[in-house]
Structures are given as C-alpha cells and as structure tokens.
Design a protein around this ligand. Structure first.
Ligand code: ADP
Ligand code: MG
Length: 386
C-alpha cells in the first residue's frame, strides 16, 4: 500500500543524531518527539470556545538539542535547507520555517524560563502543510527537548501556551490551540476531546481495531496557506456573529438564535460553528456507544456544512469525500483549516485498498496531482526519546 510511513522512532532518532553530530560537531544531549494530528471532527470551533476531537498521529517530528554556553541559538531542519542562527535575544526575529522553532524558545523565555543557548536540529515524518499540524509537532518537539536540555521540569500546559504564542506572534499564523494541545496531551488509542470554553480535555476511546475500521487520511497536496486571508475572514465573521447575538462567543449561541442573523454570509458561518459543536458531542456519544454508523453520518454532515456554509472546501477535498464514500467508507470529511490540506475517511479494513485505489483513479481522471495517503493510528503525546 502506498501509505506515507510514520517511521520507526529508533532509526529516525539514530539518523537525526548522526546528522546532528555532522552539523554541529557534538552529539545531541536530548531528543524529543512530538506527534502531528488529525481532527476527527470540530472544525473552526476552537476559536469559538467550542469543542474539537483530534487524534495524535504516529507521524511525528523529532528534535535533537544540545545546550551551548555562549547564548547562541542555531536551528536546522533535515526538511528545510535554510538554517537560522542568532543570539537567544534575537529569536523572535527568526523568519520562515525557523520562526516556529526559534519562536517557541523565545516564548518560553518570555514566560520566565531560564534557557541556555542551544543547537537544535529537527527531522520528521509529518507531511508539511497538509493540515496535519507539522507546525505544532515542530514547536512541541523543540519545546520538550529544550526544557530537558535546560533541566527544567516539563510543564505541559505551559509548553502549549508557548507554542501557541510562537505560531501566532513569531510565525504570524494565528492558531486556536487545538494542534499544540493534542500534541502535548494525547493518549494512545484515544481521541482528545478539548473544550475551549473552560480549557479542559479528556480522552475518548477510539477502538478502531476492535471494530475492524481504519482512519484513512488523504493529503490532497493542495496548499492551504493559513497565513493568507481565509482563516482571518472566517474568524472575523464568527466574531461579528457573536457580537450581533450579544454572546461572548458562538459557543453560547444556539441553532435557533443564529438563524435570526440578518447577514446571509455571517448566518451561514455561525450555523456551521453551532452545528459543528453539536456534531462533536454526537460523535463522542457514538464512539462511547460503539455506533460507527452514526460517526460516519456526522462526518458526512460536517463536510456539507464546511462546503456550503463555511465555504472552506475545494474541488480536490470534495472529490476525496465523494469517492471514498462511494467506494465503501462509512463517512468522510475534509479536516483541518480547509482550502486544501487533507480529508479523513472512516473505512472498513476490508475496503481500505478499494477506497485508496478509487481516490487515486478519480484524481488522475480529474487531472489533479496524485494525492498521498496515510493511516491515522491513534498515538501518544510528545515526550523525550530514550
Ligand atoms: P501544517 O501545520 O498543517 O503542516 P502549517 O502551514 O501550519 O501546516 O505549518 C507548516 C510549516 O511548518 C512548514 O511550511 C514549515 O515552515 C514548518 N515546518 C513544519 N515541520 C517542519 C520541519 N520538520 N522542518 C522545518 N520546518 C517545518
Ligand atoms: Mg499548522
């Protein structure tokens, strides 16, 4: 099967350690690993104080770090050609991919952590820019490794906040915090229900194997460019809807009240958010009851809502969803911020080959670039690698 491999942690770590020694002339002091994620359901709900239900992927980013005693920071990636170096004090000025890595060290220091200068090298298997949160995997892996190198006790909530600040303030890509939270808190074999109203989370069982099911992620390889306007415009519409309804956030609106909004576009945006939060609740209940048919049905409704009301889908995502369901998926939906990125299908194992083949054939027939597939086997949170 042509799945993107998550890689074996031992060999990935060994490869990274070799590259580190070659780049910096010393072995790494610590290596940390942080997973990418796929969101089961709950799209564009995080910044509306709503619910999300992401799953950590087996695909992860590994960060190797060695402290330095001269206050210099050097960051490199085996996935990107341009390393960055500067003083720790200049970390907030890092640009390009390095903004995510240097930015998190800046944010940890802003929060009062005494960090030494350090050499950092990253390498991973989360596809970049595919809506699977390679950015949070990068931030969290660097943060966990840096805390260990600095010999400070890992405070996971604090790391989440620092990673959000790095992405928002240094990389300039506003983020609601789902990606960083799941990368730091996920448990194997479960999804993580995160409530952005009271900032609590709890694991929800995801016994795919017992049910003979797989979560198939299909990366359309269409760039989603969240830094561009689409995300900000949706956020602004949601804020306008909440203001018009006199509620602090759309979490506190109902299906009935949003229908009273005058502006057609703002009403549809708000309707997506309110119904999507309901669907998250319904999927959690269905998972707890082992009702996979209901999970698939909510996936289908979620996709229609994002396509028609929130308008964040695209022809490639619609094609994956339609084709996967025709070929035997219980349900499928676009996942992540939208405008490209990945789709998620819930597929009986016996139909997995057929679904992958059908999607590939449909893409070729439509003249689209060949998609990439990977299996989302629910994995664990960021940690040090022994
Ligand atoms: P996503 O998080 O869905 O993959 P983003 O646009 O949020 O998409 O983040 C992708 C960006 O994160 C990349 O373009 C790159 O700048 C950075 N990035 C992620 N992983 C790595 C890595 N292993 N090495 C270098 N840069 C990375
Ligand atoms: Mg991201």
């Amino acid at each position: 099967m042509p799945f993107v491999a998550s890689g074996d942690p031992t060999s990935l770590t060994a490869h990274l350690a070799d590259a580190f020694a070659e780049a910096y002339g010393v072995p790494p002091a610590v290596v940390a690993r942080a997973p990418g994620r796929v969101n089961l359901i709950g799209e564009h709900t995080d910044y509306n104080a709503g619910l999300v239900l992401p799953v950590a992927l087996p695909h992860a980013t590994y960060a190797a770090v060695a402290p330095r005693d001269d206050g210099l920071l050097r960051v490199g990636s085996l996935e990107e050609s341009d390393p960055w170096e500067g003083s720790l004090d200049a970390a907030a000025g890092a640009a390009g991919w390095a903004a995510y890595a240097a930015g998190v060290l800046w944010a940890l220091r802003e929060d009062g952590l005494a960090l030494p200068g350090m050499d950092v090298l990253v390498h991973g298997t989360v596809p970049l820019g595919a809506g699977l949160s390679s950015s949070a995997a990068l931030e969290c892996s660097v943060a966990v490794a840096a805390c260990a190198a600095a010999r400070v006790v890992l405070d996971r909530e604090r790391v989440v906040d620092a990673c959000i600040r790095a992405e928002t303030e240094v990389a300039g890509a506003p983020t609601g915090g789902m990606d960083q939270t799941v990368s730091m808190l996920a448990g194997p074999g479960t999804a993580l229900l995160i409530d952005f109203d009271d900032h609590t989370s709890r694991p929800v069982p995801l016994a795919l194997d017992d049910a003979g099911l797989a979560l198939l992620v299909t990366d359309t390889r269409v760039s989603h460019a969240l830094v561009d306007g689409g995300y900000g415009e949706r956020r602004a519409d949601c804020e306008a809807a909440a203001a018009a309804l006199g509620v602090p956030s759309l979490r506190h609106a109902s299906r009935a009240t949003v229908e009273a909004l005058d502006d057609d576009r703002v009403r549809r945006r708000a309707r997506h958010v309110v119904t999507e939060v309901e669907r998250v609740r319904e999927v959690v209940a269905a998972l707890e009851a082992g009702d996979w048919t209901a999970v698939g049905a909510r996936f289908a409704e979620s996709h229609v809502s994002m396509r028609d009301d929130f308008e964040i889908s695209c022809p490639e995502l619609d094609l994956v969803v339609g084709t996967a369901v025709e070929a035997g998926a219980l349900g499928a939906r676009m996942t992540g911020g939208g405008f490209g990125g990945s789709a998620l299908s819930l597929v009986p194992l016996a139909r997995l080959d057929a679904v992958v083949r059908a999607v590939d054939t449909a893409f070729a027939a439509a003249g689209f670039r060949a998609p990439q597939h990977l299996r989302a086997e629910p994995s664990g949170r960021a940690d040090l690698v022994d």
